[in-house]
Design a protein. Structure first.
Length: 202
């Protein structure tokens, strides 16, 4: 019986903040249509300080909620990987024992054993796929919570500060070609997000 070169595949976790973190001075409108684009006259009336930006790389590096989220996902990923390795090693031991004694087995016994091992291999591969899908689903759910948490905070924050728009900057993947440092509100946002998260944890 032939076994695949590698039964266990490593489950990797990629964590990033999906989409842009945009907030306007309006109430939450999850179930409503997006607001129409600003007219040219509205755009001309905007002051420089009406539009600010947050560095998402810095935000993720310093936001305690994200750090805790990453730790949770990493632990779950490692646990899933360890479980897969354990099951894979047990299967490989069964295969090795079969191969060791196959020569002395009767033909019908050898055939039955091979069929049983083939079923186990299929079950293990199915388990591996399901485990990977579950980790990805949990990751997507956590990312959605993170986005909503930051976006909801910025809606309130922008209204309090009088900002019309909060944009996001990410090195190598950003719609902002240039932004004056005075428009970067990342440090204050991170500070207040961490303060709010610390209160929630109590």
């Amino acid at each position: 019986m032939r076994t695949p070169a590698s039964i266990i595949s490593k489950i990797t976790l990629s964590l990033m903040l999906a989409g842009s973190l945009a907030a306007c001075n309006q109430t939450k409108t999850d179930d409503k249509a997006a607001a129409p684009a600003a007219t040219s006259s509205t755009a001309n009336n905007l002051k420089a300080t009406d539009i600010v930006f947050v560095n998402s790389d810095t935000l993720l590096n310093k936001y305690d909620y994200f750090k805790d989220m990453a730790d949770r996902l990493e632990k779950k990923g490692k646990a899933a990987q360890a479980e897969l390795q354990s099951k894979g090693q047990a299967f490989q031991r069964e295969v090795a024992e079969y191969q060791k004694g196959a020569a002395t087995m009767a033909a019908d016994q050898r055939q039955a054993t091979e069929q049983r091992l083939a079923r186990k291999q299929q079950e293990l591969q199915a388990y591996q796929q399901n485990a990977g899908a579950q980790v990805q689903q949990e990751q997507a759910g956590e990312q959605a919570k993170l986005y909503e948490k930051v976006a909801d905070f910025l809606k309130v924050y922008a209204k309090e500060k009088g900002y019309k728009m909060v944009m996001t900057y990410q090195k190598g993947n950003s719609g902002i070609l240039y932004g004056d440092a005075s428009l970067d509100i990342t440090q204050d946002v991170v500070k207040k997000l961490n303060e709010a998260y610390a209160k929630d944890k109590k």
